[in-house]
Design a protein around this ligand. Structure first.
Ligand code: GLS
Length: 798
């Protein structure tokens, strides 16, 4: 996009004065940000209109990515980068006496997702636009999103996050595209003169779904796709039906907050309302678009792909069936064929507690017509498969069983593609979790290993590294991330290695400044920064990290001169408010941080930093500063992980179990550039099968571990009497569900090796370089091109 610094300055000043009626110099950072955002939005509006016009004209096939969560992060710099006007704007602001970074920080980071699943959706939106694919996002505009986390006396407290308080400059409310979503009511059938059955759905509670559209700007390609988020409102002219405060509140509540579960499922009426609300609104707007094309219905799957991100949008399947059957009057077979060919599904977890199941009565009351359609899908499925696979297997794949509706079963049966998110994960799905379905539909199963966009996670988050890479290997890696492999040629180049060390040090200083300012903790940028940032969950084993910290603590207590690498342990994690054990772990980490950070005997050899309210923007600050990336989940439990890829791209060395995408990271980077430890997935499976694990025995026999665990219950850590006891019991008395004690020795050994490696600066810098140079294949651009080619059957625009 051509733009001139002087022109920009004039436009910015004009925009500011137009909006606020005084000069920008006296404006707040938020006001300056709003003026800049408004101006930028105006700059891309022509391209946005043009992209939509082109898609419509060419009748190109489009994908609609349905996701309950998106975590876009702050959008200002990402938009400037992709539009190619970052430098111009930066310079222009500078000449006006403003700093782009400061202005950008005034943007509130929208927390419309829990963790990896939501952030993946946003990396994908960026990659879909940047690879030139016609794609749209479909989700919910939560008024508050995920809660804001605060620590009070070390405990997690949840507060509402009012992210829309200063308005959202990027969204455009499209009132003319609103649709009605219907809940409840009575369903009846009549027969027409020609014998046709007609469905009547009456006395429904109607909610208006209003879309808010946000541009998804492609990287230097002029393509601008759309992310559509729906908001629930009272239908115009229907106010009489919502005369009480309670009735009005009920409508607002549908799009008020995001359920704070990650890899976990909560069966609540409101959640299923949210799921139907955005699935129905999305499908309705797609059908409206398709009808404009004036094509035969059989061509629907040639023009539309609907992708469901986990089972949350699964009701899109019966909703599409409902519209095709009841409104467009297709036959069941026609409608079913179209639906299956249109929909594809990604599974993101094998954890049983995350599998969505809704009580039958809940669905039949809330969505009576959808319920009938699900029953019919189920009946036909059973009838068809029974003769082929027999009673037992077929019944295990039923959608409805024991008064429950199983959403994963519906998603698999109603779609043409089921994919896992890393090789190991997909293998486990096929061999175990979804094995029955794999037997029935082997051709539906495929793997799509997750990816991340280096545009946000390197170019924006790590400007120092970007500059160094440009100088060393040129700029091709920015448009073709695989090209970063060229850096490998410099693995023994001392000048390059030293430069890399300087980049890391600068990023560590930046984070240290933040920690000092916001948390009043002083950390040494020369220490090893050991980072674990992800949702708090027992299977992710933040506790194993804690046991390692306590081991170091004891070593230093025994011998203050012990030869240990100085480390800063950095945590970022939210726990679901109802996940008691996870919250206890947060309190424990904070208590240990208090103890260790303030113990003069430790002599600053260990510092613990647990940042509050971890999210995309904090990740952008922490990841470039990381030396070690902790990816230590119990093998087989973490479907993929994506922070592992972001950290690797920024030169952190991975400390990992062979879980999720860690396996593929190891394959790419080589054994000498990663620290691997612990049980493998099949060994874990074997323990589950033969049931011989005995954590108490390990505790009794391992004096080093015993001494650490006893710290939890002997009063050594002030303020955690209850938490220490509960956690101790979970590990020692209740047989340590996630095998921490089993993996403990291997973990300590790997950490010891990391200390040794870190003390040899050239060796460590070479490892960091090799990680950066091997990270190209984990670009979400490649992941998305594989989805497009193998699942959606759409091609990049020429
Ligand atoms: C998750 C998995 O737990 C992660 O391993 C995965 O990287 C992510 C994206 O595929 O999906 N599933 C989930 O429910 N939340 C996640 O972050």
């Amino acid at each position: 996009m051509a733009f001139d610094v002087q022109e920009f300055k004039k436009e910015f000043q004009k925009k500011f004065e137009e909006l606020f009626a005084y000069g920008y110099e006296s404006g707040s950072k938020t006001e300056q940000y709003i003026a800049l955002g408004d101006l930028v939005r105006g700059l891309y509006s022509d391209d946005w209109i043009q992209t939509v016009t082109d898609y419509n004209k060419k009748k190109e096939k489009q994908v609609f990515y349905f996701s309950m969560e998106f975590l876009p992060g702050r959008m200002l710099k990402s938009n400037l980068l992709n539009m190619g006007i970052m430098d111009c704007v930066k310079q222009g602001l500078e000449e006006l006496g403003l700093d782009l970074d400061e202005v950008a920080r005034a943007e509130v980071d929208p927390a419309l997702g829990n963790g990896g699943l939501g952030r993946l959706a946003s990396c994908f939106m960026d990659s879909i636009a940047s690879t030139g694919l016609a794609g749209n996002g479909n989700g919910i505009r939560y008024r508050y999103g995920l809660f804001k986390q605060k620590f009070i006396n070390g405990y997690q407290i949840e507060l509402p996050e009012n992210w829309l308080r200063n308005r959202n400059v990027w969204e455009v409310r499209k009132e003319n595209k609103a649709v009605i979503v219907r809940f409840g009511g009575d369903v009846s059938f009549t027969q027409d003169g020609d014998g046709k059955l007609r469905v009547h759905h009456e006395n429904t509670r109607d909610i208006l779904a209003v879309p808010y559209d946000t541009a998804q700007i492609g990287y230097n390609n002029g393509i601008i796709n759309n992310l559509r988020l729906w908001s629930a409102e009272i239908p115009y002219g229907d106010e009489a039906h919502f005369s009480t405060e309670e009735q009005r509140e009920e409508v607002k509540r549908i799009t008020e907050v995001l359920y704070p579960d990650d890899s976990n499922y909560e069966g609540r009426l409101l959640r299923v309302q949210q799921e139907y609300f955005f699935s129905s609104a999305g499908v309705q707007s797609i059908v409206r678009y398709f009808k404009q094309l004036k094509l035969d219905w059989s061509l629907f799957p040639d023009k539309i792909a609907i992708h469901i991100n986990d089972t949350h949008p699964t009701l899109a399947i019966p909703e599409l069936m409902r519209i095709l059957l009841d409104e467009e009057e297709l036959t069941w077979d026609q409608a079913w064929e179209i639906t299956k060919k249109t929909v594809s599904y990604t599974n993101h977890t094998i954890l049983q507690e995350a599998m969505e199941r809704w009580p039958e009565t809940m669905i039949s009351d809330l969505l009576p017509r959808i319920y009938q359609i699900i029953q019919e899908i189920n009946r036909r499925h059973i009838d068809k498969k029974m003769p082929l696979y027999g009673e037992e297997l077929t019944q295990r794949t039923a959608i409805i069983a024991n008064g429950q509706i199983k959403m994963a079963n519906l998603a698999i049966i109603g779609s043409h593609s089921v994919n896992g998110v890393a090789k190991l994960h997909t293998d486990i799905l096929m061999a175990d979790t979804l094995h029955d379905f794999y037997v029935m539909y082997p051709q539906k199963f495929n793997n799509k290993t997750n990816g991340i966009t280096q545009r946000r996670w390197v170019q924006i988050a790590n400007e120092n590294l970007t500059e160094m890479l440009d100088e060393t290997i040129g700029t091709e890696w920015k448009s073709d991330p695989e090209e970063i492999k060229v850096l490998k040629a410099h693995r023994d180049n001392k000048i390059v290695l030293d430069k890399l060390e300087q980049v890391k040090l600068a990023n560590k200083k930046r984070f240290a400044d933040y920690v000092l300012k916001e948390m009043h903790i002083e950390i040494d940028p020369n220490a090893l920064f050991d980072v674990q940032i992800k949702r708090l969950h027992a299977y992710k084993r933040q506790l194993l990290n804690v046991l390692h910290i306590l081991d170091r603590y004891l070593q230093l207590k025994d011998d203050p001169k012990a030869n240990l690498q100085k480390r800063v342990f950095i945590f970022g994690a939210k726990a679901a408010p109802s996940y008691y054990y996870a919250k206890q772990i947060i309190k424990l980490i904070n208590a240990i941080a208090d103890l260790v950070n303030n113990d003069p005997a430790i002599n600053d050899k260990i510092k613990i930093v647990f940042v509050e309210n971890y999210g995309v923007s904090l990740a952008e600050l922490i990841i470039p500063a990381a030396d070690i990336s902790e990816q230590i989940s119990l093998a087989g439990k973490e479907a993929s992980g994506t922070s592992n890829m972001k950290l690797m791209s920024n030169g952190a060395v991975t400390m990992a179990t062979l879980d999720g995408a860690n396996v593929e990271i190891r394959d790419n980077v080589g054994d000498e550039n990663i620290f691997i430890f612990g049980l493998k997935s099949d060994e874990v499976q074997e323990y589950y099968r033969n049931g011989v694990y005995n954590s108490r025995e390990i505790y009794e026999k391992n004096p080093r571990l015993k001494r650490i665990l006893n710290l939890l219950i002997d009063g050594s850590i002030p303020g955690v009497e209850t938490e220490g006891r509960d956690i101790f019991d979970s590990l020692v008395m209740y047989n340590d569900e996630y095998f921490l004690l089993k993996d403990f020795d291997g973990y300590l050994q790997a950490q010891y090796e990391a200390d040794v490696a870190f003390s040899d600066r050239d060796r460590w810098n070479r490892m960091a370089l090799m990680n950066i140079a091997s990270s190209g294949p984990f670009s979400s651009d490649y992941t998305i091109l594989r989805y497009a080619d193998e699942i959606w059957k759409i091609k990049p625009q020429s």
